[in-house]
Design a binder for this molecule. Sequence first.
Ligand code: ADP
Length: 202
Amino acid sequence: MTYVVGVTGGIGSGKSAATAEFEKLGITIVDADVVARQVVMPGSPCLRAIAEHFGAELLTEKGELDRKALRQRVFSNSEDKEWLNHLLHPAIREEILTQLKLAQSPYVILSAPLLLENKLEKYCHRVLVVDVPETKQLQRTIQRDNSPKEEVEAIMKAQLSRAERLQKADDILNNNGTIESLQQQVNQLHQRYLAAIIAQEK
Ligand code: ADP
C-alpha cells in the first residue's frame, strides 16, 4: 500500500491551503469532501438509490442531487438520515481506498475534515493536523464563507476540539502565521515524508 499521510484540522484551519502546497510538490490528494460529491454524481448507483428511496424530487432538472432538498429531508427524520449514512459511508470509504491505491506519487495525502471522527486514520501511516487557535479559525472561515458567526461555531462544536485533535497528531502544521510560513512547513514535512518512505523501504 502507498504511504498515506492523513491531513485533518477544523473548519477553516487551512487544510485546503496546505494540500494545495503538497499538490504543487507533485503529491496526489484524495479529498474526502470531493469523494463525497463523486459518489452521488449522475449515473452513480448511490444517486439512483437516493432517487428510488426519496423520490425524483430530490434531483435537479439536470439530474444532479439537490443537496439542499436532501439535507432538509433528512434533517427532521433520523430514520432517513440513518438510511442515507448507511448508503453513503461505505461507498465513500470504498472510493477513498480505490483512489489511494491508484495514486502514483511517492506518498499520497488523504484530506478529511472528519478524518479522526470517522476513524479514517486507520488507513494512514501518519496524521498531520493543521492547527490554528479557535479565534483565527472562526475569523478565517467567516471571511471565506461569508457565514454568520453562530453557524461556524455550530460546525466547530460538532468537530473534535483542538486539544483532542492535537493529541492524535503525529505531525502538526502551525498555520497561525503567514502563507509563506505554511509553505515552508509543507516543504519540510514533504522532505520528512520522503525520508520516511526511503527508511521504510530499506
Ligand atoms: P480548510 O480547508 O481547513 O477549511 P482553508 O484552507 O480553506 O481551510 O483556509 C480557510 C481560509 O483561510 C481560506 O480563505 C484561506 O485562504 C485562508 N488561509 C489559510 N491559511 C492562511 C494563512 N496562513 N494566512 C492567511 N490566510 C490563510
